[in-house]
Design a protein around this ligand. Sequence first.
Ligand code: S6P
Ligand code: ZN
Length: 176
Amino acid sequence: MISYDNHLQRRLSALKGQYGDTAAYEELMAAGDPVVYEVYEMLRPEAAGELRSGLSVVHPGRVGEEFYMTKGHFHSIIDTAEVYYGVQGRGVLLMEDSGGEWAAEEVEPSRAVYVPPGWAHRSINIGNSEDLVTFFVYRADAGHDYGTIERQGFRKIVLREGQGYRVADNPHHAQH
Ligand code: S6P
Ligand code: ZN
């Protein structure tokens, strides 16, 4: 574990509207709105030259055939890049820019994934029973734009297939 200043938990309710299987979503909500992921941050002043870093922990689980995942966001300073480094478990970093490009990069222990400037990103735990733990670092003054993804979702979704996963078009995305 790293030393951290801030710990936050996000429950399923924070992902309202992001999962296609609304019946599975409502069933989990009725059973107690589970904690889907947690973030441990090393806070620094929101100033030029400073870096914010920490650990993201996405728990294992699914809502219907879609895995537990983070809300996902663009950065308010949109030209912000970010690096993720796999610590534990198996995941996919789903990314897209605002012009129609997308990518789904696998993340596993000792593998780094680069999120280019201008790309929204979401971490998805594709494992059956293990936490997905990643270390992240980005400029401390970047801020977060959650609203765009809350409104339109990502272009792609990641679904369970056998013991693995597949990437499919998001039928609820505004442009599909
Ligand atoms: C922040 C960085 C991570 C995420 C974390 C949770 O720029 O990408 O710290 O905050 O993985 O995801 P989200 O989408 O809820 O912020
Ligand atoms: Zn980010």
